[in-house]
Design a protein around this ligand. Structure first.
Ligand SMILES: [Cu+2]
Length: 114
């Protein structure tokens, strides 16, 4: 019962919360053996596709792809970015997330390809 009450108390707050990155593939700060075919970022709330984006660049700041991120139709909290075959090295992910309340949040993280 206490748990249910706690969830009920939290629910209205999370509906108003700003977009927050909950998980990503590859994970922030990780080193992957195999270059990913796509990045997938999952947020705490549904995203507005028009104003949400992912930019992937190498250590020199050069964009790795001109492709645009798309929101997953089956799970609107997730967006994916197809990426070309990545060489070994470090990559920087810059994301912008706009949620249904029109608030924008952004963040940056890196991952490495072995
Ligand atoms: Cu908000």
């Amino acid at each position: 019962m206490a748990a249910i009450a706690a969830i009920a108390a939290i629910a209205p707050l999370s509906a108003l919360a700003h977009g927050k990155l909950e998980s990503a593939t590859p994970a922030p700060g990780s080193t992957v053996d195999v270059a990913p075919g796509a990045l997938r970022l999952t947020f705490n709330e549904a995203l507005e596709p028009t104003f949400s984006s992912i930019k992937l660049s190498d250590t020199a700041g050069t964009p790795v792809t001109q492709e645009k991120a798309s929101v997953d139709a089956a799970d609107r909290r997730a967006m994916t970015l197809p990426v070309p075959k990545l060489a070994s090295g470090e990559y920087k992910v810059q994301w912008v997330a706009m949620t249904a309340d029109a608030h924008k949040t952004k963040g940056t993280y890196t991952f490495k390809v072995k």
